[in-house]
Write a protein that binds this ligand. Structure first.
Ligand code: CTP
Ligand code: CA
Length: 214
């Protein structure tokens, strides 16, 4: 079989108010980087679209930088038609300031800028042009995890979603550990028990490989 082309997003996007201030979230990018390494190990041609990360970058993997949600949409869209699978682990900021000042805003005037709008939904946008591509989302939830994740699976037209509980202190955001429930369109759920992000990434890629490319 020809080589599988895999596109992975990871890290947090930053939505700038002015040249020195932004809103973002605490994602470190570790899970996505671990998945990229596991994909490469499986022989997949791997491209990593990276927002802000605080984890060591992998060797030998093509990395494309994306700062904002808009950048990530552009860089991902450009590579989507040629890919076989998109794994969207990035913690895309849901909000961005409506206006971005070209100059640094004085603190007494910052309040004037605090009006937000939603960023584009990258998965939803790309799922509209999906043909053979497999789309995998990640759902970060603090409560009603399975039901919110299933809703996202439907709304974003995904093939599977990896749900994780971000309210836990010992797994998830900013941790070296994670615990994932992988939910498929037919309702099948595979629970990947708590382990290091590298361990989970390898299990995840093995499952994706068997389900979608064997
Ligand atoms: N996602 C995306 N574009 C966005 C926001 C999220 O493509 N603007 C992707 C994420 O990378 C993830 C999936 O959608 O793979 C689910 O992200 P999540 O933040 O859990 O869901 P949202 O749809 O943003 O809903 P909410 O944050 O309100 O729960
Ligand atoms: Ca979100």
């Amino acid at each position: 079989m020809r080589q599988i082309k895999c596109l992975i997003t990871a890290g947090a996007t930053r939505e700038y108010f002015d040249p020195v201030r932004f809103i973002s979230n605490p994602s470190t990018g570790k899970m996505g980087i671990a998945i990229a390494k596991a994909c490469k190990k499986s022989g997949w041609e791997t491209t990593l679209v990276l927002g802000a990360v605080s984890a060591p970058l992998p060797d030998g993997i093509e990395i494309v930088s994306a700062i904002s949600a808009e950048d990530m949409l552009r860089e991902t869209s450009a590579r989507f038609p040629a890919c076989d699978i998109l794994i969207m682990t990035a913690a895309v900021s849901d909000m961005r300031p409506k206006v971005k000042s070209a100059q640094k805003v004085k603190k007494e005037n910052l309040e004037m800028l605090v009006e937000f709008e939603q960023t584009p939904d990258i998965l939803k946008t790309l799922s509209k042009s999906k043909n053979r591509q497999i789309l995998i989302g990640f759902a970060a939830e603090t409560n009603d995890i399975a039901s919110y994740a299933k809703k996202k699976l439907e709304e974003k037209n995904l093939d599977a979603i990896a749900a994780n509980n971000v309210s836990r202190k010992d797994a998830g955001f900013a941790s070296d550990f994670n615990e994932i429930s992988l939910i498929f369109r037919n309702g099948e759920t595979i629970n990947l028990e708590r382990g290091t992000k590298d361990e989970l990434a390898q299990k995840l890629v093995k499952i994706l490989s068997e389900k979608f490319f064997s």
